[in-house]
Design a protein around this ligand. Sequence first.
Ligand SMILES: NC(=O)c1ccc[n+]([C@@H]2O[C@H](COP(=O)([O-])OP(=O)(O)OC[C@H]3O[C@@H](n4cnc5c(N)ncnc54)[C@H](O)[C@@H]3O)[C@@H](O)[C@H]2O)c1
Ligand SMILES: [Zn+2]
Length: 366
Amino acid sequence: MISLEVRAARHDYSVRIGEGLIQGLGALLVEHELRGRVAVVSDHHVLKAWQAKVVDALAAAQLSAEVLAVAPGEGSKSLATADALYGRLIASGFGRKDTLLTLGGGVVGDLGGFIAATYHRGMPMVQVPTTLLAQVDSSLGGKVAVNHAMGKNLIGAFYPPRLVVSDVETFSTLPTRERWNGLAEVSKAAFIGDTALLELLEAHLEAVAEGKAPTQVVLEIVDRAARLKARIVSEDEREEGARMYLNFGHTYAHALEAVTGYGPLSHGEAVVIGMRVAIRVSRKLGRLDPPSTDRILGLLGRFPRPSRLPSQPSVDRVLEALRRDKKAVGGKVRFVVLDGLCSPAVEGALTEALLREAAEWAVTEL
Ligand SMILES: NC(=O)c1ccc[n+]([C@@H]2O[C@H](COP(=O)([O-])OP(=O)(O)OC[C@H]3O[C@@H](n4cnc5c(N)ncnc54)[C@H](O)[C@@H]3O)[C@@H](O)[C@H]2O)c1
Ligand SMILES: [Zn+2]
């Protein structure tokens, strides 16, 4: 079992990564002094495959569990769903000493985390991420949120979990498209900070996506990507400095997701396009050398292309969405470029002409 430590203002927490960890989940909670009742927030897809194993593992440590199921999908990351779950917690008498355990992908993690942050002014939360994206990204760093009709993740908090338990065995039931999604974020981690991870991806990308890679390889990939994120968020929990680098590829990705209505394009697909755009911008500014450019574009070229959209969004709409992004400061887009492999930098002064040209590149990738 791999163990990482993450620092956060409220409290530090450990991340355990391994194969078959769910079997010992109850014991891990007790080891972390979480002895109350456990509210398990999850979705129907995940519960179908993993509910029995999780409930049994908790029972084996004398922890009683109540399962709170939500519908799979981004639509559940809402105040309406949170409201319904608060009702269930109140009705069942959950209190501040009990534990909220999220079992699922980033949707369940963000929603459950938001509820844990706010119910009774905060109750202990354990994340059990079951997607590759959630294990390397959303379960780490303490950002929890629900969406608002006017934008994604607008209602939220920084609320660290007490423990993260990442069991790579859960990928055995994960659809291939979701593995590709996670691989987009893993690639981002490799480009901004880990060339050994890049080599692993170059050797095993398709095998990981198809669920055919050896467990040791999957473990090393999750470990390296999670370790990088853990290091960055430990240094900069509130995104005042290095955490911004994690937005590499995300500026245009968020804009494309917004203008296509968060449906046809998966987040990973949008991030792959966003990273290709960011690489071309870095190259155009003369910051990234040709061999690194080719190497990165080579890996990204191996990702499946998104399916055709019914209509292509206009460049103007992409630019509009870019400026509305909550990470733009005073309408200025802060854009992450690469000065080399593992050498990210924030460029706050891209010209209008370059922003437009990059939006044109983004749209033609669809
Ligand atoms: N908090 C953060 O720092 C952060 C970072 C990145 C992304 N996010 C958020 O994460 C969300 C996306 O997360 P995601 O990609 O994990 O999506 P998701 O939670 O929607 O999961 C993807 C799909 O896979 C299913 N699934 C999950 N685990 C499974 C398993 N083991 N077996 C079978 N099916 C399984 C789910 O039911 C769902 O249908 C977004 O809402 C995004 O905003 C948050
Ligand atoms: Zn992302």
